[in-house]
Design a protein around this ligand. Structure first.
Ligand SMILES: *Cc1c(COP(=O)(O)O)cnc(C)c1O
Length: 363
């Protein structure tokens, strides 16, 4: 298969070549079924087996304890911004604690505020979102109903390289842009959510890992569809789920397990990819300036700036012509963003680094 461009966009991300080949086959016909993946019943035994294997693979990759549900939901991460407070903020007297570290966590804060008391424990706004908080800046309350944060701020290129919060307060984390890119100590979180379209598949499905005990806190009277218990009881097959998207996520988990060799190995590869670009950026301080504080640099989204708007435009035009797609920074921020999700190869990143080296030398 030959494509003309490499996908460095903020999302949906690149998928592994071997997965794309299987998808191509499956669109024509899933061999063991004899039908196109686009027309297989969600009530078939085959699809029940797909969900079961996907769930098993996620459990294996993360060494997830048995008391967690693995749910496959719709509505993206954005729906989780509301489903989480619907579950956990109902009737709360103490505020839930949120970290406002960038674009996506800001959306989560605004969604939660409609459901109950919310305290923004730390905001990066005064620092224009160039760094994350240190532990000393986070006076966590032991009586908060939960703590919510975003592990990787996709727009600003900031990533927490540690688990935050107090063990006695349920941790809730939006891992949409770094889920299954590295081990994440899942057992330390009460609820993790991550849509598929950055590291593990196409848009249309969102993985939620939730501790069973947390669901006991659900208020009565939630709409069925917005109640995690509905989906847990139905094994993620309550109404017609996105069969195609779920199948692709299954293929990616197989790839992670059997081709990559697990999340520690995936983390090494992702670390090398990110380091390749950060080294190049740091080697040319007159041309490139990394946006994030060095300690908080994301391994998924490398965000940097050029000296002025004209240089940025020249860089983007030349990169596009050379086959590097999606490098324009988020519309909220400008600049350049190279997103290095699981499916993007080290070789692709090395090619971008070579392009950036040439650009730094010759403009
Ligand atoms: C991309 C992104 C989102 C948005 O997710 P949707 O599935 O489009 O709702 C939310 N959170 C994070 C961290 C993201 O990177």
């Amino acid at each position: 298969m030959n494509r003309n461009s490499l996908n460095f966009s903020g999302g949906p991300g690149a998928l592994p070549e071997s997965v794309l080949q299987q998808v191509q086959q499956a669109v024509r016909e899933v061999p063991e079924v004899g039908l196109s993946i686009l027309g297989i019943s969600h009530r078939s035994d085959w699809f029940a087996a797909v969900i079961a294997e996907l769930e098993r693979n996620v459990r294996t990759l993360l060494a997830l304890p048995d008391d967690y549900h693995v749910l496959l939901l719709q509505g993206g991460a954005t729906q989780q911004f509301s489903m989480v407070p619907m579950l956990l903020l109902h009737g709360a007297t103490q505020p839930a604690e949120y970290l406002h570290t960038g674009y996506w966590s800001g959306k989560a804060v605004r969604a939660a505020q409609g459901h109950g008391p919310v305290r923004v424990l730390w905001s990066g706004e005064a620092a224009q979102w160039w760094r994350l908080p240190r532990d000393a800046e986070l006076p966590f309350s032991p009586t908060a109903p939960y703590l919510h944060y975003v592990s990787n701020e996709t727009v600003e290129g900031l990533q927490f390289h540690r688990v935050l919060g107090l063990d006695e307060v349920p941790r809730v984390c939006d891992m949409s842009s770094d889920f299954l890119s590295a081990p994440c100590a899942a057992e330390r979180f009460a609820l993790i959510y991550a849509h598929a379209q950055k590291n593990i598949g196409p848009a249309g499905v969102t993985v939620v890992l939730v501790r069973d005990a947390l669901l006991a806190r659900a208020p009565e009277g939630l709409p069925d569809f917005l109640d995690y218990r509905t989906h847990a009881a139905a094994h993620s097959n309550f109404n017609t789920p996105p069969v195609f998207a779920i199948y692709v996520v299954l293929l990616v988990t197989r790839w992670l397990l059997h081709e990559v060799g697990g999340l520690a190995r995936m983390a090494e590869i992702n670390q090398r990819k990110a380091q390749t670009l950060y080294d190049l950026i740091d080697a040319h301080p007159g041309v490139y300036r990394g946006r994030a504080a060095v300690a908080d640099r994301s391994r998924m989204n490398v965000v940097f700036e050029l000296p002025d708007a004209a240089a940025t435009q020249r860089f983007l035009a030349q990169a596009q012509a050379a086959g590097f797609s999606g490098l324009a920074g988020h519309r909220a921020l400008g600049g350049i963003r190279a997103s290095l999700y699981n499916g993007l190869t080290l070789e692709a990143v090395q090619r971008l680094a070579q392009f950036m080296e040439d650009f730094a030398r010759h403009g």
